[in-house]
Design a protein around this ligand. Structure first.
Ligand code: 9UX
Length: 69
């Protein structure tokens, strides 16, 4: 398992964090996803054979939020 912290911009309420958590948990290979509003971030534990940081970032962007690189 691999753990990454992804900085996210544009989440403005608890519904946003719940949405991001839901889309991350739906990705095959994600074991756990914890998302905070302040600071805007996701801590994700995943199987590196099944997904990647870049794929998770793309998932977040497709949900309507921006990645702080
Ligand atoms: Mo809260 Mo986020 O009403 O898209 S869910 S701002």
């Amino acid at each position: 398992m691999e753990t990454v912290e992804i900085q996210i911009e544009g989440m403005t309420c608890g519904g946003c964090t719940a949405s991001v958590m839901r889309v991350l948990q739906a990705v095959t290979g994600v074991q756990s996803a914890n998302v905070t509003l302040n600071p805007g971030a996701a801590l994700v534990v995943f199987d590196a054979n099944q997904t990647s940081r870049v794929a998770l970032e793309t998932t977040i962007e497709e949900a309507g939020y921006a990645i702080k690189h």
